[in-house]
Structures are given as C-alpha cells and as structure tokens.
Design a protein around this ligand. Structure first.
Ligand code: HEC
Ligand code: HEC
Length: 290
C-alpha cells in the first residue's frame, strides 16, 4: 500500500507542477484576447454589394497597375525591388492572388482607406501619408467591381508557401526556408522597410516557436490587440489563407512537431509497461526476503 500512496503523492505533485508551467503560466504571459474576427465587422466594407467583373477589370487596369503588378494578367512590375523600396518604402504586392488571400470586405475597406483598414492610422500624422492613396472618392459600386474582378482572377488553390510569399514576404523574410538560395529573404531592402515602418520587421523563421499558433492567429488578424501602437499593419486574410500562412511558418520553424506529438503517447505507454514490470519485480524480490 505504501507504494500506492507514494505514487499518489508523485502524481499529485506532477499535476500541480504541470498546471503551474502550462495553463497557468501561459495564461499569465499571454492574457486572453478576443478571437480573430474574419468578418472584419469594424470596417466599412462591401456592405453586401456584388460587383461587376468586367467594369472592375477596367478600373483596376486604370487605377492600380501603375504601382502593382498583376503578372498573371500581363501587367508587369515597372520597377525592381530596390526601386520599389526607394519609391514606396515597401514593394507593392502583386495583385494576382489578392482576391483569394484577403477577405472581400477587408479588401473593399483597404482600397477605400489603407491606413484605416490596416489599423496604422496612428502612424500617419504630421503630414505623413500611406504610400497607397485612398480611393474613398470612388462610388461604392466601383470599389465592389474591383473586388469582384480581383476575386475572379485569383487562383482557386494556392500552396502555403505562395500564401506566405504574397501576404508577408514584402516585409518579412523567413530565411530558414531557404538558407542557400536566399529566395525567402524579405523582398523590400532592409533600410527602406525600416524607414517606412519605423522598425525592422523580424525574420519569421522561429516565430511559430516563440509566439505559438494561437498568438499568431489573433496577431495577424489584428496586431493592435497584442501590441498597441505596433507598426505591423493588420493583414486582412481570410481564415483559410491565414491558416495556410501559419501552417507554412510551422513547416519551416517547427517541422518536427508532428513527430514529437506522436512520440508522446508512445513514451507514456512505455512508462506504464515499465512501471508494471518494476512493481512485479519488486514484489518477487520482497517475497524472497519475507
Ligand atoms: C501609388 C501606388 C499605389 C497605388 C496606385 C495602389 N496601391 Fe495598393 N499598395 C501600394 C503599396 C506601397 C502597398 C503596400 C503597403 C504596405 O504593405 O504597407 C499596397 C498594398 C496593397 C494591398 C495589400 C493589402 C494588405 O493588407 O496587405 C492591396 C490588396 C492593394 N494594395 C490593392 C490595391 C488596389 C486594388 C489598387 C487600385 C484601386 C491599389 N492597390 C492602388 C501602392 C499602391
Ligand atoms: C507592411 C509590412 C508588414 C507586412 C505585410 C507584415 N508585417 Fe509582420 N511586422 C511588421 C513590422 C514593422 C513588425 C514589427 C512590429 C513592432 O515591433 O512593433 C512586424 C512584426 C511581426 C511579428 C512579431 C510580433 C511580436 O509579437 O513581436 C509577427 C509574428 C509578424 N509580424 C507576422 C506577420 C505575418 C505572418 C505576416 C503575413 C501574413 C506579416 N507579419 C505581414 C511589418 C509587416
């Protein structure tokens, strides 16, 4: 019976310690924030409008392709990354996948007012303005048409890597993905992005470990919830695209995670079997003594 008591004490202490290290400490270090809002309810988006793709094509060609490439539709980039960085502070993303990556309401709100939609208005004071102009002078139906066009030209499927590349790589590198080729370094030259953002966006190779899945889920959707006043803009991804980005970060930064998780239960089973044998062995030994 003594063994069982000792076992109960050990198990009890272990559980208390586990609770202290995991749920409790986790909770203290990451206070709960509201769940991600993939409807973007705070923004003045499409308000239910359905756009006309054909008219949208003309409007996008006339209003957006001076800065943004749409390679899949034959609109090239007029400048290389260095010249874009110097001109805008950041390389404007190719819009070929925008209709797939961004939520349609967010996209409409971003076109109307980029600083407001991305929650970076606090940075644009004292005559500073966002490098992308507001299009809030356009009729709401024109905005809806452009959103419809961007949706129509977007690919049906994207890989996780493509989602990360189009949504994050203009600011953040993820170098562990390709140390040799350097193809996953940030697109915008470091000095330009630092000047534009006021801070250097960190390399994201290890952020899945230091911040974890849940933090990233709410952070990308609304960085201000975690770091008030942060330079990181909200990136209004759909739930699906955001999951792809986080999964990519997991594949690069923590590729052994599933192996590790598989090993856990196996190790516990081993321990239980080992404990039974140890107990039987001990009983056998003591029988000889008595
Ligand atoms: C004068 C140049 C310029 C024009 C014109 C322009 N943009 Fe942009 N756009 C930018 C820059 C620069 C960025 C990157 C800003 C950033 O990442 O902070 C950007 C970012 C974006 C994004 C990314 C949004 C996000 O949350 O990451 C989308 C989508 C976009 N623009 C769509 C459009 C559309 C649609 C039009 C035409 C109606 C347009 N842009 C016109 C310069 C421009
Ligand atoms: C227009 C540039 C820009 C884009 C696009 C962008 N970020 Fe950031 N990000 C920043 C900047 C600047 C910071 C540093 C913010 C600070 O320290 O206040 C940052 C910080 C971060 C951090 C660190 C947060 C922390 O807790 O310290 C993470 C994680 C992150 N970004 C993820 C992403 C992901 C994922 C994407 C793509 C979906 C993305 N970012 C797109 C500019 C950007």
């Amino acid at each position: 019976m003594k063994e069982l008591k000792a076992l109960a004490v050990v198990v009890g202490l272990t559980l208390v310690m586990y609770w202290g290290v995991e749920p409790y400490a986790h909770h203290q270090m990451h206070p709960t924030v509201e769940a991600a809002d993939f409807q973007f309810k705070d923004l003045d988006g499409l308000n239910g409008a359905k756009g006309n793709v054909e008219n949208g094509a003309t409007l996008v060609a006339n209003n957006c392709t001076a800065c943004h490439s749409i390679e899949s539709k034959g609109f090239p980039s007029f400048m290389d990354n260095a010249a874009n960085g110097a001109a805008y502070g950041v390389v404007p993303p190719d819009l070929g996948s925008a209709g797939k990556l961004y939520d349609a309401n967010y996209l409409a709100a971003f076109i109307k007012n980029p600083a407001k939609a991305s929650k970076t208005e606090h940075k644009y004071v004292d005559g500073k303005i966002h490098p992308m102009p507001n299009f809030d002078w356009m009729p709401a139906s024109d905005i809806a048409d452009m959103v419809a066009y961007l949706g129509a030209i977007a690919p049906e499927e994207m890989t996780n890597k493509e989602a990360f590349t189009d949504a994050c790589l203009r600011c953040h590198g993820i170098k562990y993905a390709d140390m040799k080729g350097g193809s996953m370094a940030a697109k915008t030259p470091a000095a330009d992005i630092k000047h534009y953002m006021g801070k250097t966006p960190p390399d994201l190779s290890q952020y899945i470990r230091s911040r974890g899945h849940e933090y990233l889920e709410t952070f990308i959707n609304n960085p201000q919830k975690h770091l008030e006043g942060t330079a990181m803009p909200r990136v209004g991804l759909t739930e699906e695209a955001q999951l792809q980005v986080i999964t990519y970060m997991e594949d690069i930064g923590d590729s052994k995670k599933s192996e590790r998780e598989e090993l856990g239960p196996k190790f516990l089973i081993y321990l239980v079997i080992f404990a039974i044998f140890a107990f039987l062995w001990k009983n056998a030994k003591w029988r000889e003594v008595h």
